[in-house]
Design a protein around this ligand. Sequence first.
Ligand SMILES: [Zn+2]
Length: 197
Amino acid sequence: MAHYCVNCGAELVPRVIEGKTQEACPNDDFVLWRDPKVVTSVVVAHDGGVLLGKRSIEPGRGLWCLPGGFVNHDEDPLDAARRECREETGAEVDITRLLGVYHIAKRNAASMIGVAYEARLADGVGYQPGSEMTELDVFTAEHLPELAFPSHRAILDEYFSGRAPAAEPRLLSGGAAALTASPPSAPRVRSPRPHRS
Ligand SMILES: [Zn+2]
């Protein structure tokens, strides 16, 4: 299927960049990079469990999920995580740590990079379901409901299994610099792609 330049409307043509063939504009520097989507998920620790929402929309209508969603193109993932919590749970949250970064493969769409955070409700706030949720509830590891997304199940399994029983959750003052990464396994580091124009 033909694709067209977002700058000038010309039909894209193959161009070899760093040994791989991409679709590129013959007139300017536009390249149709096939990027993953970035999505956040937030484990809101509350009342001895985690806060989940029952979805009112597809995909996964009627099933439960972590608060979260896509990161806007100009948005810090931390801000996206807080915004999604606000939209879906009506609550301000304090992000307490980065849980991990996940690759979510998709068969017929761009894959996703999932960024999972732990959070807690900001002092004194309650919660109520946003428009994409019919209800919110707190679940413990032993009584998780059916989840809409396998990635959320993986995040929660890891979250509950990795939590030291006696340890207090580590609360940080917030901000990207204060977050400590604790990936479940050694991160695979890839060299960055050349800067796109
Ligand atoms: Zn063009």
